[in-house]
Design a protein around this ligand. Structure first.
Ligand code: ZN
Ligand code: ZN
Length: 311
């Protein structure tokens, strides 16, 4: 019988393998293999274009699918849209959707306090403490946190057939997203060189860069930026990260209105995820969309609204 400590050890090992595959291996390829094989593995327009497309699809999948839909229930939709958004989010290789949602709900429950899986604000004061906190929130937490129990935090998703379907096929989807560009390029440029170049750049390196972009919301957006809402944690709005994070970096807005399907709340706050929400709403593919954009700015309020998720 699996005991709790044994299960914890098993999950810690799985986390370590995940980080080794999707962060360690790409870094090794970049630092060692690519310089040794340059210019044989030099990325061309195809690799850069495929990386760009997969960044957009996977980051939109994370923000609109994993985050706004599965975690916060910011809108409702049919099974097809749910599966499409879940698959798109899985392409980021940031973890299976149910584990991701459980971790993120834990973050909202105990933001910047004991129990927050990736706070940068618990490692001491001063610049040294902030630096240690940043390293933890950007990198270290990936192998250094207990995975919150799905039974406690995501009971609703465990009863959702679409969430279970996507969750169960996580590794197949990630592998598909890494290998697909390398197979696709064979149609017009067959050979090992094109296969490996696409595999390295549009596959592994793209995944590593997307991981860093996602982690920057946990680290930078709890350290640097403006705080129009005086929420209880240290969340910030960071305009510089708005484009790469496809809207997630208006993080102070999000902690104030966690159930809103829109994270950019002003017309100038670029929120590509919000644009996708609008497009899906206009075509009636999603409905009952929660929208905090029209609400008055309660700049001094410190009480966040309910997240719309089961905690
Ligand atoms: Zn946060
Ligand atoms: Zn959230």
């Amino acid at each position: 019988m699996t005991t709790a400590p044994a299960h914890r050890r098993f999950m810690t090992r799985r986390q370590a393998v995940h980080v080794a595959l999707f962060d360690g291996l790409p870094l090794a390829l970049l630092l060692a293999v690519v310089p040794l094989t340059w210019p044989w593995l030099r990325p061309g327009l195809y690799e850069l274009g495929a990386s760009l497309v997969l960044w957009l699809v996977s980051c939109l999948g994370i923000t609109v699918g994993y985050h706004r839909l599965f975690t916060h229930r910011a809108f409702q939709c049919g099974r097809g849209v749910k599966l499409a958004l879940g698959i798109a989010g899985s392409l980021a290789a940031a973890g299976p959707v149910i584990a991701w949602a459980a971790t993120h709900r834990k973050h909202h429950q105990s933001s910047d306090a004991e129990g927050d899986p990736h706070s940068p604000n618990l490692a001491g004061s001063g610049w040294r403490g902030k630096w240690r906190g940043f390293l933890h929130a950007q990198f270290g937490w990936l192998v250094g946190h207990d995975l919150p129990s799905p039974l406690t935090h995501t009971r609703d998703l465990l009863a959702d057939p679409a969430a279970l379907w996507v969750n169960g096929r996580y590794f197949a989807i990630v592998l598909g997203g890494i290998v697909a560009p390398a197979l696709l390029v064979q149609l017009w440029e067959p050979g090992w060189r094109s296969f490996l170049t696409a595999l390295v750049w549009a596959g592994f390196v793209r995944v590593m860069v997307v991981h860093q972009i996602i982690s920057s919301v946990n680290s930078v957006c709890h350290l640097f930026g403006s705080r129009p809402y005086a929420t209880k944690e240290q969340s910030r709005n960071n305009a510089l990260l708005a484009l790469p994070t496809v809207g997630e970096s208006w993080h102070n807005n999000h902690h104030r209105h966690p159930s809103s399907a829109y994270i950019g709340l002003r017309w100038w706050q670029i929120d590509l995820g919000g644009w996708l929400v609008s497009a899906l709403k206009r075509t009636s593919l999603i409905w009952n969309v929660i929208d905090a954009r029209g609400r008055k700015s309660e700049t001094r309020s410190s009480k966040p609204e309910a997240s719309g998720a089961e905690n």
